[in-house]
Design a protein around this ligand. Structure first.
Ligand SMILES: Cc1ncc(C[n+]2csc(CCOP(=O)(O)OP(=O)(O)O)c2C)c(N)n1
Length: 364
């Protein structure tokens, strides 16, 4: 019998990889270099503007202008680190939690919030932005990512697919199938698990007995990388490394980013029923924005005027979003039947005709 030894480098590090610690100090424990100062400043700017967007979106739910909003407060480093690591030609497959990542990718925030407003299923053009629709059915986007990445490779394109999923989604059968076939095909996919500790009220301990989620990588035949998900520099570097690996034809990577959801699951959830304040407070001390701000200020790369200018940008964008969301959307009932099938079925055609007739009768 042949004894198979684990492939070198496929197991995660014992401690999460980290480049800038919770106090804002650069660590020397990791062999990777810190990103350039321009990248660090951009990470900070996008996180600040992203957090302001997130706060505004939560406020819009309270004003009845947004049906539901799953906040990413506390997860800014993941949301922004992944986007800055991607090329425009790469594809992103987000979930409902990843609005901040989409805004950071340059998609109009009003278009991003179209789904959560209860309007169209996807308010932006996925092909234009090379960004899949925000998936609410957990883990379905993992399969979309693998299919796209494999197809792109067969077509000779230099495209990597990056898929975002939560710790809860790792228990779905779709995730197993996606990880397995991605490794079998050596598809250029980066799986970024934002482990924020909970799947609504279910803590990770009730989700898995694995030592870490990153350990699952080796079982599929791909590297599992465990990182501090509140360190934007680390997320950027880990995703960059994984994308480069995929581009070189070396296959997929599973990254587990340890982070925390500061707000409730959505505006419809009461998080105090399943977690205590002390836990939230302990994670506030590991805030992704303040650690990078401290680092940049200590290095003389950011001053008070710079911080104020970024805050102003966030305010301006939030005001623009508020104004746009306060206008009632104009909807056309006929759109109900659009974008379902390339060739609408006979049943859909007849229903569309019936609706048109009824509307015409009402109008006359
Ligand atoms: C297939 C499927 N099953 C159940 C749900 C209901 N659901 C919505 S969010 C959620 C928790 C997901 O947790 P996680 O994957 O950790 O992501 P997070 O919300 O923490 O970002 C569940 C069970 C769903 N959307 N899809």
């Amino acid at each position: 019998m042949t004894v198979v030894t684990p492939s070198a480098g496929f197991l995660p590090t014992t401690a999460p990889r980290c480049l800038i610690d919770a106090d804002g100090h650069a660590t020397s424990a990791d062999p990777a270099r810190l990103p350039d100062r321009e990248v660090l400043l951009e990470l900070f700017r996008l996180m600040s503007v992203g957090r302001r967007f997130d706060t505004q979106a939560t406020a819009l739910t309270k004003q009845g202008r947004l049906a539901v909003y799953p906040s990413a407060r506390g997860q800014e480093a993941c949301q922004v680190g992944v986007v800055t690591a991607m090329a425009q030609r790469d594809w992103l497959f987000p979930t409902y939690r990843d609005s901040m990542a989409l805004v950071s990718r340059g998609i109009n925030p009003v278009e991003v919030l179209t789904l959560l407003r209860g309007d169209w299923h996807c308010g932006y053009d996925p092909y234009l932005h090379r960004t899949g629709p925000q998936c609410t059915p957990l883990a379905t986007n993992t399969l979309h990512a693998v299919g796209l990445a494999h197809a792109a490779r067969l077509a000779g394109e230099d495209t990597v697919a990056v898929v975002l999923l939560g710790d809860g989604a790792t228990s779905e059968g779709d995730t197993h199938e996606a990880l397995n076939i991605a490794a079998v095909w050596q598809a250029p996919v980066v799986f970024l698990v934002q482990n924020n500790g909970y799947a609504i009220s279910v803590p990770l301990a009730k989700q898995t007995r694995a030592e870490t989620l990153a350990h699952k990588g080796i079982g599929y035949g791909m590297p599992g990388v465990l990182i501090d998900g509140n360190d934007a520099a680390m997320v950027h570097v880990a995703v960059t490394e994984a994308i480069e690996r995929g581009r070189r034809g070396e296959g997929p990577t599973l990254i587990e980013a340890l982070t925390y959801r500061i707000e409730a699951h959505t505006n419809a959830d009461d998080a105090s029923r399943y977690r205590d304040d002390a836990e939230v407070t302990s994670w506030l001390a590991r805030d992704p924005l303040s650690r990078l701000q401290t680092y940049l200020q200590d290095q003389g790369l950011l001053d008070e005027a710079g911080i104020a200018a970024i805050a102003d940008e966030g305010e301006t964008r939030a005001a623009r979003l508020r104004a746009a969301m306060n206008a009632d959307p104009v909807t056309d009932p006929a759109e109900l039947f659009a974008n379902i099938y390339t060739e609408p079925t006979a049943a859909l055609r007849s229903q569309a005709a019936e609706l048109a007739e009824e509307l015409a009768a009402e109008a006359s």
